[in-house]
Design a protein around this ligand. Structure first.
Ligand SMILES: [Zn+2]
Ligand SMILES: [Zn+2]
Length: 274
């Protein structure tokens, strides 16, 4: 079989996987195909796919790569290594600065994005995947920013506390997605003549977005402190009260800290871009 025929045949298998809604199979076929040099991996890959599979399927394939899950976590989260052994319910004297005492923290492997890292993606598709992921993250951010935060009351404190934790983790995931995009766009080698312009655009969007995300994180941390202050007033023992007040103080300090240094909310590359 000629090289051309092998390429064509593989592309047809990719198309069938996409049409059968088996995006992960499609991704694996392309990755293996590029490794075996049945498909190119550089800038010509996207054009070739568009030509052989059509624009619609090429778009489907970009989405398949964009949302291929990280192999090290689920949705960007993993149990905090530093406080794994200690039960969360048993309040410790010192808050875990790494996970903010949430017990869950962002995955080291994917920076909390929850999606496969860019080095897994053929170089020629990375720019499209960056764009796809950024659009999704920006939309999710707008949705997060629209959410109202209810007033803290004795009746809702507990529920609100876990809601705020979820929101902070969700915002942190979006920051991870942006940070990865930023890093990948800078180190992209297969972008052809437009690589510089593309990277500049990504940097501009990231630098405009991070301050909004950061501001929202700070607000939610302050609200969490408020929850703990209120819970402290209702603590059954003096010891428990003191610990809750300490936690509240920790979140208040963190909400004002520079770049959330030393915690899993820190995103140095994003912060530097802003
Ligand atoms: Zn921890
Ligand atoms: Zn991960």
């Amino acid at each position: 079989m000629s090289d051309q025929d092998r390429t064509k045949q593989l592309t047809q298998r990719v198309c069938r996987a996409l049409e059968a809604n088996r995006p992960h199979d499609a991704v694996r076929l392309v990755v293996t195909g590029a490794e075996k040099r049945i498909l190119p991996s550089g800038a010509e890959l996207l054009k070739l796919l568009q030509r052989l599979a059509g624009a619609r399927r090429a778009k489907l394939l970009i989405k398949a790569f964009a949302y291929y899950p990280c192999m090290g976590c689920k949705d960007g989260l993993e149990s905090c290594e530093r406080c794994k052994d200690r039960a969360r319910a048993a309040w410790r004297k010192m808050a875990c600065e790494h996970c903010l005492d949430f017990g869950m923290t962002r995955c080291d492997f994917c920076d909390g994005a929850g999606w496969v890292t860019y080095n897994f993606i053929p170089a020629g598709l990375r720019a499209s995947v960056i764009a796809e992921r950024m659009n999704t993250a920006l939309k999710a951010m707008e949705a997060q920013l629209k959410k109202k935060t209810p007033r803290v009351t004795a009746a809702n404190a507990k529920k609100l506390g876990s809601l705020l934790e979820q929101r902070i983790l969700a915002l942190n995931r979006l920051a991870g997605i942006l940070e990865n995009a930023l890093t990948a766009s800078k180190s992209r080698t297969a972008g052809g003549p437009q690589a510089g312009t593309f990277a500049k655009k990504v940097i501009r969007v990231a630098s405009q977005t991070w301050p909004r995300l950061e501001k929202r994180m700070r607000e939610q941390l302050l609200k969490l402190a408020e929850v703990l202050r209120l819970e402290a007033t209702r603590a059954s023992t003096g010891g428990a009260r003191e610990i809750m007040q300490d936690r509240a103080k920790f979140y208040e300090l963190l909400s004002r800290s520079r770049g959330f240094a030393g915690t899993s909310l820190e995103h140095p590359f994003l912060a530097r871009s802003a």
